[in-house]
Design a protein around this ligand. Structure first.
Ligand code: C2E
Ligand code: CA
Ligand code: CA
Length: 405
């Protein structure tokens, strides 16, 4: 009889399930679609009840979370992954990093990371062979808590992947503050239809994540069309049924030994630059994201030493405490608010950004336009386009006056 267990049945059979291996781990490969090579895998929990049959994570995980059993289950999965890696190491099998899921309830457990470490050390697994996936929703419990867990994981050397990006809490600002190493973008949340509006959103998000220098893995990719599309916008890392369903350890070992491996690159640089012109169109997706998904940001144009603010978003105004209309601000001369030194620092940063093609940062002390107040501003600038002698930059700003004082 196949059927979903009730909460009580689940509670009653949990211990036995762990003991008897009714709860076990499946693995789903992560593939570089451009090369066909394997870059890693994700460990996913499965529960096959001897009487009620297969239970699905979407059914039983929320219950495990509710009754406070999730951490035990997650540690169990973690231990199984360690055993798997140990087996590979002992038998000279070339393995790949495997990510484990960390429930947001694990984030609340103060000793969770220490518990992971105890297990990893027991099996002597190099930290590079395990990644940790945290979900965006764990940020709901407070940024400080997640940040501190993230810091702990980073200090040990774990690569941390942001799971389910695009599921609703998405904000590139959260991402910028959370400092994760990899973003997992779930196609299912963005409507698998890459041709329509979903495609435009995915493409804009992928472009924005490039500015954060964070590689993206597209999850839930079922068709070649989806994978080709993701590749075309600079995201070739794919996890989904197209390549493989989650499979048990034995099957996974078979797939893993058949495929060549390659390490995940820190960033896949886009060859095409962002179409800056779209920022002028009030209805474009870029504009929508510009206003809603990032913090204080501006588009500036630089030509022969002259700087011009071309566009700013709402958060730019509030972050810097500017009490002008956008029009007033855009018609002002940005150099006016800077002293000679600030101007020099800023100019050098722009030049660096032109040269490197990467994000470059500086801190300047300047006057708030339209007032006498002085503030410290940290700017991250990135070249997004050029035409003849004119350079267009995307600038993210943060008011760091309080920090400085
Ligand atoms: P998730 O972390 O987002 O895991 C990916 C889910 O997408 C998996 O579902 C996987 O089987 C499914 N999937 C992969 N490729 C495709 C595809 O091409 N199409 C479709 N439609 N689905 C695809 P699964 O294994 O049922 O797990 C569901 C969720 O349960 C996971 O979502 C995760 O949030 C949670 N979960 C699973 N294992 C664990 C675990 O060990 N610990 C914790 N805390 N949560 C887990
Ligand atoms: Ca996951
Ligand atoms: Ca996911």
């Amino acid at each position: 009889m196949e059927r979903r267990m009730s909460e009580q049945e689940l509670l009653d059979s949990f211990d036995e399930a762990l003991r008897e291996g009714h709860i076990f781990v499946c693995y789903q490969p992560k593939i570089n679609h451009s090369t066909g090579k394997m870059i890693g895998a994700e460990a996913l929990m499965r529960w096959k009840h001897p009487e009620y049959g297969m239970q699905y994570p979407s059914d039983f995980i929320p219950i495990l979370e509710e009754i406070g059993f999730i951490s035990v289950a997650d540690l169990y999965v973690f231990e199984h992954v360690c055993k798997f890696q140990r087996y590979c190491l002992d038998n000279g099998i070339d393995t790949v990093p495997i990510s484990v899921n960390m429930s947001r309830y694990d984030v609340f457990r103060s000793k969770y990371v220490e518990e992971l470490e105890k297990i990893r050390q027991k099996y002597e697994i190099p930290v590079e062979l395990i990644h940790v996936e945290i979900t965006e929703s764990s940020a709901i419990g407070g940024m400080e808590l997640v940040s501190s867990v993230l810091e702990k994981l980073h200090d040990i050397g774990y690569i941390v992947e942001m799971d389910d990006f695009g599921s609703g809490y998405s904000s590139l600002n959260v991402l910028k503050d959370l400092d994760v190493d990899v973003i997992k973008l779930d196609m299912r949340f963005l409507s698998g239809n890459v041709g329509g509006r979903g495609g435009a959103i995915i493409s804009a998000i992928v472009q924005m994540t490039k500015w954060l220098d964070t590689p993206v893995i597209a999850e839930g990719v079922e068709t070649r069309k989806q994978a080709d599309y993701m590749q075309s916008i600079g995201c070739s890392y794919i996890q989904g049924y197209l390549y493989s369903e989650p499979v048990d350890g034995e099957k996974f070992l078979e797939i893993m030994t058949k495929l060549e491996h390659e390490p995940m690159q820190p960033v896949i640089h886009m060859t095409t630059e962002m179409d800056a012109a779209k920022f002028w169109d009030p209805n474009s997706m870029e504009t929508l994201l510009f206003n809603n998904y990032v913090g204080g940001a501006a588009i500036v144009t630089y030509r022969g030493g002259r700087l011009e603010l071309t566009r700013v978003n709402r958060k730019y105004m509030s972050e810097l405490g500017i009490n002008l209309t956008e029009k007033e601000l855009l018609s002002s001369d940005p150099w006016e608010i800077a002293d000679e030194e600030g101007k020099k620092i800023y100019q050098e940063t722009l030049e660096r950004a032109i040269e490197s093609g990467n994000e470059e940062e500086c801190e300047t002390y300047r006057t708030v336009p339209g007032s006498d107040d002085k503030i410290w501003v940290r700017s991250s600038v990135r070249l997004i386009g050029r035409a003849d002698d004119q350079y267009i930059f995307y600038v993210m700003v943060r008011n760091i006056t309080a920090e400085k004082i």
